[in-house]
Design a protein. Structure first.
Length: 276
């Protein structure tokens, strides 16, 4: 009888350990943040939802395009960070027919990450890329003309651990060392379309300017409609940089506590069945 009790106890403990292991492994390789390619209002002129402002200057100061993001509550380790870039050499309306690539446009690409409105630091310079398209196999159409350009998904590999939850807001930026006259255009998405020129206007909520200080970008302010920095902008919707962040997340201790209580209840139930 004692042996049966110990056997049942051993089984219950094994189930407890297995459940904890499954919970931990379930967090591996999850999507921590996702703002994918748009699938509505594609290439529709002044109302299109896909926009690609260029790497340029503001009042003579270089800036890098980026956006804000929030990670799940707990401790998050980012293993890959994917953004979308619009190429520099025109192509056809559909089909993967690019003749230029990120590696021929830029000698280096750098991913920066940091606290919102704080200093950003380099997180990765290691990346790979693949050519992608919008729904229906469409390439990106410039909002200023009927010219089409290829789209590249650029995935940085890294290992950065950041606390998540609504109280932790982060910014990212992309630094690009161009070859020749190439410019870096980060693909953005607007929920209700975009009005204005992508080379002379800026975007709405969620679009950040970065100025350089001692070689590092610093988030200086977030542009929102009505600030008056750039005239002629009329879109009042939020505009976000397309990005997908993958990695692992470890829930907060309170989450583990609740999980442990639930598993402990299951353990007691298991032992009580022996008494019956």
């Amino acid at each position: 009888m004692v042996k049966q009790t110990l056997d049942r106890f051993a089984v219950c403990v094994s189930l407890l350990v297995l459940a904890l292991m499954c919970t931990a492994s379930a967090s591996a390789g999850v999507v921590l943040y996702s703002n994918p390619l748009p699938n509505t209002n594609i290439n529709t002129g002044s109302g299109q939802s896909d926009i690609a402002p260029v790497y340029s200057t503001f009042s003579g100061t270089p800036f890098i395009l980026g956006d804000q993001f929030v990670l799940p509550a707990g401790s998050n380790t980012i293993t890959s960070f994917t953004i979308a870039e619009v190429g520099n050499v025109a192509t056809t309306a559909t089909g993967l027919t690019a003749t230029d690539y990120p590696t021929t446009e830029f000698s280096a690409l750098d991913l920066y990450i940091g606290q919102d409105l704080g200093s950003l630091t380099s997180a990765s310079t290691s990346y790979n890329y693949s050519q992608v398209s919008l729904p229906g196999g469409q390439n990106y159409e410039s909002i200023n003309s009927s010219t089409y350009y290829p789209i590249f998904a650029i995935t940085f590999s890294l290992s950065s651990t950041l606390p998540g939850g609504p109280g932790n807001i982060y910014d990212f930026a992309i630094g690009a060392t161009d070859i020749g006259s190439n410019t870096f255009a980060l693909l953005m998405g607007a929920a209700n379309g975009y009005t204005g020129s992508d080379t002379t206007q800026t975007l709405g909520n969620g679009f950040l300017y970065y100025e350089f200080s001692a070689g590092q970008p610093i988030a200086t302010y977030e542009y929102t409609p009505g600030y008056g920095y750039i005239s002629g902008y009329t879109n009042q919707s939020q505009v976000d940089a397309l990005a997908i962040i993958n990695g692992t997340t470890v829930p907060e201790p309170s989450t583990f506590g609740l999980m442990a209580l639930g598993l402990a209840g299951g353990l007691l139930t298991c032992l009580r069945r022996r008494a019956r």
